[in-house]
Design a protein around this ligand. Sequence first.
Ligand code: GTP
Ligand code: MG
Length: 200
Amino acid sequence: AKIKEVEFVKSSGRAKDCPRDNRPEFAILGRSNVGKSSLINALVRKNEVALTSKKPGKTQLINHFLVNKSWYIVDLPGYGFAKASEAARMDWSSFTKGYFLNRDTLVGVLLLVDASVPPQKIDLDCANWLGRNNIPLTFVFTKCDKMKVGKGKRPDENIRNFQQLIAENYPQHPPWIMTSSVTGLGRDELLLHMSQLRNY
Ligand code: GTP
Ligand code: MG
């Protein structure tokens, strides 16, 4: 399950421009600021592998990283930045939906959800859309080290509420993992999970 080597391969503007070598891949998806780049860097144990410095809502690129010369991690544009225009948001959804519905080599989507805040509508919408379209999904709850003192909400409570709110779109609840890029929580579990999905 270990990651020994990661290389950036390419950025693609459309799903059909993505690499065509049939290697299995995992897509990392989530709200802007949820911790996508931090998670990728924590998995890889390198800083700035995934930081392709995109201005949110501006460039919309699918970034392929080849791991151990055998499988891909794909960094997708974040959704839900407050400043994006309606047009940019529509673009985001047709662009990434095209990717999800047409990418045969997609082994799974890692949908990152911030566990330090209560369930957000945009994350629920995204999870429900993936569920209805039978896209294989793992929930990766991020920022589990953060305790909201005073607001009475804790990561485990936020996670439980989130799971209840999506239950009707999933006959079986997808796998889920609690993580923190700060403490390293969930890192080994997630790597193991990904290796199991690749070899099933
Ligand atoms: P975009 O690229 O804008 O879509 O954001 P992103 O999803 O890549 O988020 P990024 O990894 O840049 O992290 C956003 C902020 O959250 C940064 O300030 C990180 O330091 C912080 N952050 C990320 N992961 C964690 C975590 O596990 N715990 C805590 N406490 N903070 C985190
Ligand atoms: Mg990022």
